[in-house]
Design a protein. Structure first.
Length: 451
């Protein structure tokens, strides 16, 4: 462990594993250190402090987290190694046993991180700063006024989940549902818009569960307030919404909104009622379809994407085909397909009739092929249409030097000046190309209409 000279600017490096929420929280942690006078450097460089934000959604997530921790220790054995995130929350003792780890903080009390690191510098002793997440009833505020590497800003509005699906460890790593104070959400959104962001992605562990822990406020009201009170905001995107959360009030808000984008990610996981029951999902296939039909009727042209878990314990060929046919009937714009991964500590990991990997591989590929077909069908509808795109980064593709997303989440590449990154431009879609980047269809846009 090195003693940092307070007369020198201290350097800090971050590595983030896992979901968008983790990436958001890394930005919040970095903002705290930046305010305290630290300089951020690349993770592969020598740094005084390394922060590893871990993932535990699968056993592989745990393994990758351990590998990254050890890489940081090897990079600079004298550095302070601080581990946070979901793996740190569920297995703090296991993390503390990794040689070189100095401070462990879970998925709460990140505001104490700098204090804990300074305490470690004085005592030279490892510090376990993890507490019982299930006793936490309040949302932890972390200000993120800007993002270091993104043109599309995320805004975390809630934490935790009350669902306890049988395949999921997340409630044990994130705790029960807690919503962010509405005034703080609006204030944070305004800061992001003032920093130049045109689109804000509302995110969380169970995003549209926002407000379920409040007596007189809900998700639909938050959407209304964001649209009415945040000056200059152009786009609002919801990272994910459960079918059970698509209330008539939410549909009404989406229908009347001029800022909420025409894209919803509505997790399905399975189209088989017997599999859904084993997963402990809180809906049936019929209920899900009813909600989808209702929202499609209110919002024609809406892009609906979803998650599918293939090979859940006990899944028969008949159950898989139920999901396959259900997916085709719904007609998604894109699917995220996952083979079931056995997560130690969850009820599903202890279930009989685990599906062999070779069977899962065949089913995954079949579902991906279907996803590509459906995505091509959806994208082709927009050939020769003019759509608004926010370019996010430069591209090395022969299809164009800029890449970004339309409001209905079509990934678009086109020729344009790099100065357009982060702004809203209108482009004419000329071709729905073959699937690229894990099934997302790239659109070739050769005509920049206006900026």
């Amino acid at each position: 462990m090195t003693t940092i000279n307070n007369n020198q600017q201290k350097t800090i490096a971050f590595h983030t594993l896992g979901c968008k929420v983790n990436h958001y929280e890394t930005e919040g942690i970095w903002n705290m250190f930046k305010t305290a006078g630290y300089e951020r450097v690349d993770f592969e460089r020598m740094a005084d402090i390394y922060i590893i934000n871990t993932c535990t959604v699968t056993n592989t997530g745990d393994k990758k987290s351990r590998q990254i921790i050890r890489r940081a220790v090897r990079k600079n054995p004298e550095a302070i190694i601080c581990v946070t995130g979901c793996y740190a929350q569920t297995s703090p003792g296991e993390v503390m046993e990794i040689p070189g780890v100095d401070v462990v903080v879970g998925t709460q009390n990140r505001k104490n991180m700098i204090t804990l690191i300074k305490e470690h510098q004085k005592t030279r002793l490892p510090i376990n700063g993890v507490s019982n997440i299930m006793q936490n009833k309040t949302f932890e505020e972390m200000d993120v006024p800007e993002f270091s590497d993104r043109t599309r800003a995320s805004l975390k509005i809630q934490e935790g989940c009350n669902n306890f699906c049988t395949f999921c460890i997340i409630p044990w790593s994130r705790g029960l549902l807690r919503s962010r104070d509405p005034e703080n959400v609006i204030e944070q959104a305004q800061k992001l818009v003032d920093a130049g962001y045109k689109e804000i992605v509302l995110t969380g562990i169970h995003t549209a569960g926002y407000g379920e822990d409040m007596p007189d406020y809900n998700f639909a009201q938050l959407l209304r307030d964001l649209e009415a009170k945040v000056n200059g905001l152009k786009r609002i995107r919801i990272s994910s919404i459960e079918a059970s959360q698509i209330t008539d009030e939410v549909i009404e808000v989406l229908d009347k909104s001029t800022k909420i984008v025409k894209h919803l990610h509505i997790p399905l996981q399975s189209g088989s009622n017997t599999v859904l029951a084993r997963m402990r999902r809180k809906y049936s296939a019929d209920f899900y379809e009813e909600k989808i039909n209702k929202i499609k009727k209110a919002l024609p042209g809406l892009a609906i994407t979803s998650d599918i878990i293939v090979g859940f314990p006990g899944e028969t060929e008949e159950e898989f085909m139920e999901t396959y046919h259900f997916v085709r009937k719904i007609g998604y714009a894109e699917l995220h397909v996952f083979p079931y991964s056995r997560r130690t500590g969850t009820p599903a990991a202890r279930m009989d009739d685990q599906v062999p990997n070779e069977v899962k591989e065949v089913r995954v590929q079949k579902m991906i092929d279907l996803s590509n077909e459906l995505a091509k069908n959806y994208a082709t509808k927009y050939e020769n249409e003019v759509l608004e795109v926010i370019p996010e980064e430069k591209s090395s593709s022969k299809l164009g030097n800029l890449v970004g997303y339309t409001d209905n989440y079509l990934k678009v590449q086109f020729e344009g000046s790099v100065e357009l990154i982060g702004s809203i431009v209108r482009v004419k879609i000329t071709k729905a190309d073959y699937p690229m980047n894990e099934g997302i269809f790239v659109k070739v846009c050769d005509q920049l209409v206006s900026s």
